[in-house]
Design a protein around this ligand. Sequence first.
Ligand code: CU
Length: 207
Amino acid sequence: MRFGFPRRVLALAFGSLVVSVLVLGLASPAFAHNFLVSSTPAAGQTLTTLPAKFVITTNEGLLDLSGHGAGFAFDVEDAQHRFYGDGCVSVDGSSMTTAPALGAAGKYRVVWQIVSADGHIVSNEYSFTWAPKGAFTPSVGSSHPQDCGGKSGGTAPPDPTLGQDTIIVKSSANLGLVLGIGGGVLGLGVILTVVILLAGRRQKPTE
Ligand SMILES: [Cu+2]
């Protein structure tokens, strides 16, 4: 009985250690998937002038195996489903850029796709509002996304030479991280149950 409390504390400390290792172990592969850090235009932004370039910046280096953005896409679409830009992307470090082009004022949608540091495809979308101030000559756009003369971009399927599955990240939440935390919580529950059962069993004979 005298050693019951410290033993339980020790068991809990050990349990916490196991849970930490579990959470880190399960969550770390998730960090291999690049995620969006910032963009131009930004999600939900009202853009009033055309920036020098459109940019998607992720948390770590992108994997541009072909050297000309195969598997990458930066589609800009208006509410009438017309697409703007030549579909050419340039990959530099953790960022992908494309030459900016927009049509008439209104709501626009960006669909981006990148090749993650671990070779997996990650894509997502967001919208922004285009409200040009002053003189602006709108681009005509096209009925489908351009693919930079077959080099990159558009909604072309990912480079088959990558031989990897496609990960579609629909929310900004990191799915792997959520799964990792879920696994950690589950592990904690199991460990707590075992600790409580052991503590109960140990106390019975002394009383
Ligand atoms: Cu991956």
